[in-house]
Design a protein around this ligand. Structure first.
Ligand code: ARG
Length: 576
């Protein structure tokens, strides 16, 4: 159940009955302080101001019409017209039961949408960089969240697999009689790429050759296509290993690279010309956008076809948005790309909308994110200043996690420790990224992310193991946990309310792509469990029914933590 939603619907109705316009926003939110109840309504004052009436008076009228029978035990008006709502314990207990009896924590069915999520999207012939890591982690959390809610999700790994670099690489391999093409790894590819790149700018003959190969490749030349495929395969095989280790759900079937849109583009360029949106300018085909100005304060020109007839990154993004709507049937399209590409996307989508390729009813959303910085506030690099390899980063995380866990628990077997270190190390890296509001840059800090204190993965994973250990000490049969939930103590009630707020949280995260909201929720829930465990003894409960009720609350907490972390792509272990 979505408590916020349930209360909002009731308050909207009461507002209407009290004479306010239909669909006024009641601004319902969770309260921060218990003395103000569990939820508060903050929108009445704004509505009263619009109507030109006294806000406290309107609040009283709304209260007279508000029907929260069975849900709230008390509703009061506060200050100039706020409303404080105190949830009824019996109602909370009933909701906890509903969650307990359902594998999906009692969340209500959603109106199913087809949602395309563009994420990871590394470039071919190069190692993934830190920006791709962030996109991969955040995109995968988003995908898992949306799927958990029941949506149809299409993963789109928009890899950079097209463009002049392939001409360079093919020319380079050719120059070397294609010697190593069959036994290259990603490092060989990267160095070939660097050398090809150098040659391209130093040697005009090589450059011409490279350009000719691009044309050949685009024209469907079989030999070129074969080399191209090899380059793509080597890169993606390498990336797949990172995905697997990171427990990211992408597979090779999700690759929808730039090359895929290649054949759609000529028709789109012709269509944009027909519609009068694109014109020829200095030999290139350009769309001028009134809503973006260049430095001379004239409409900004977006080149969609170069003088040499080649296409650009923007052109493939126009085609790709069209494809995602038209062919994939998307209702929503989310892009996890760093904020430096925001302008690029906005301009591309402006063209897409003007051309009518994607209707306004389908949202195009840039779920952008900032950079990952080192402790010095500069882009995160190795001490020697080179880019950090993803596999090295993950190895270090697991090593550090292993030391951390070994210190805490000396009784783990070698296998248990090894497994826990992998789960905690990878979890810590992912959680560190997900727990910060994604729009800002974030500082990578080993000590903070790998700590059992604070808003970290290890903290929540550890809370989970504590609950698991309770159930190990009290062998119980879950089928006997059928009694009522009893909420007499304040910490029982707080924990119970937090538990039934899961749907409210996941709904918001799914809508906004803000995984940090889920992280804070889980962190608070784990904290709430700690104080519950401290103040409400389970083994020494005063009665059998109280003991059972507390065990049920503990069981639901463990499940919520596990499922919640699961939506973030983070695993749990039973012991650490
Ligand atoms: N390959 C691009 C890069 O590394 C990211 C692609 C993102 N997706 C898109 N549809 N443009 O910068």
């Amino acid at each position: 159940m979505n408590i916020k939603e349930i209360i909002s619907v009731k308050v909207i109705q009461a507002l209407e009955d009290a004479g306010a316009p239909a669909h006024s926003n009641p601004l319902v939110s969770q309260t921060m302080k218990k003395q103000f109840g569990d939820y508060q309504v903050n929108g009445i004052i704004g509505v009263a101001n619009k109507l030109g009436i006294a806000s406290r008076q309107l609040a009283q009228r709304v209260l007279n019409h508000l029907d929260l029978k069975g849900i709230a035990s008390k509703v009061e008006i506060a200050g100039p017209g706020f409303m404080n709502i105190f949830l009824d314990s019996a109602w909370i207990a009933k909701q906890v039961k509903i969650s307990l009896e359902d594998d999906r924590l009692g969340i209500s069915p959603v109106k199913i949408q087809t949602i395309v999520v563009d994420y990871s999207s590394p470039n071919v012939a190069k190692e993934m960089h830190i920006g791709h890591l962030r996109s991969t982690i955040m995109g995968d959390a988003s995908v898992r969240t949306l799927e958990f809610l029941g949506h149809k999700v299409i993963r789109a790994n928009h890899i950079g697999d097209w463009g002049t670099q392939f001409g360079m690489l093919i020319a380079y391999f050719n120059k070397n009689q294609n010697k190593h093409v069959n036994d290259m790894n990603i490092a060989d590819l990267e160095s070939a790429y660097r050398e090809a790149h150098n040659l391209y700018y130093k040697d005009p003959e090589f450059a011409e050759n490279a350009r000719a190969y691009v044309v050949k490749l685009q024209g469907g030349c079989k030999v070129c296509k074969n080399i191209w495929q090899k380059i793509v395969d080597i890169t993606m095989l390498h990336n797949q290993k990172s995905y697997n280790r990171l427990k990211v759900t992408l597979t090779k079937d999700d690759v929808m690279g730039e090359s895929m849109y290649h054949t759609m583009i000529p028709e789109i360029v012709a269509d944009l010309k027909d519609k009068g949106l694109a014109i020829e300018s200095e030999g290139a085909i350009v769309v001028f956008l009134e809503d973006y100005k260049n430095k001379h304060n004239k409409p900004m020109g977006i080149i969609i076809q170069k003088k040499d007839s080649g296409y650009l990154y923007a052109t493939s993004d126009i085609a790709c948005a069209k494809y995602r709507y038209e062919t994939l049937g998307a209702n929503r399209i989310l892009y996890y790309i760093d904020s430096r590409q925001h302008q690029h996307l906005m301009q591309t989508w402006s063209i897409v909308r003007k051309a009518g390729y994607v209707p306004d009813s389908v949202s195009l959303e840039h779920h952008m994110f900032g950079m990952m910085l080192g402790k010095d506030g500069k882009p995160f690099k190795t001490r020697a200043g080179s880019n950090i390899k993803l596999s090295d980063l993950l190895d270090e995380a697991v090593n550090r996690a292993s030391k951390l866990i070994a210190k805490k628990n000396k009784n783990l077997s070698y296998e248990e420790l090894e497994h826990a270190a992998e789960v905690v190390g990878i979890g810590a890296i992912k959680y560190a990224d997900l727990s910060k509001s994604r729009t800002t840059d974030y500082i990578f800090d080993w000590d903070k992310m790998l700590s059992f204190d604070g808003n970290t993965a290890p903290y929540i994973q550890y809370a989970y193991t504590r609950i698991s250990s309770i159930f190990k000490r009290i062998p119980f049969d879950s089928s006997t946990l059928t009694g009522d939930i009893i909420l007499t103590e304040e910490c029982e009630k707080s924990l119970a309310i937090s538990l039934i707020q899961f749907e409210e949280i996941i709904t918001q995260v799914a809508r906004e792509g803000t995984a940090h909201i889920m992280c804070s929720y889980l962190y608070n829930l784990a904290g709430m469990f700690s104080s519950f465990y401290e103040h409400c003894p389970i083994l020494k409960a005063t009665s059998e029914s109280q003991r059972k009720s507390r065990l049920e609350l503990a069981a639901l907490t463990a499940r919520t933590l596990k499922i919640g972390l699961g939506t973030l792509g983070i695993e749990t272990v039973e012991r650490m």
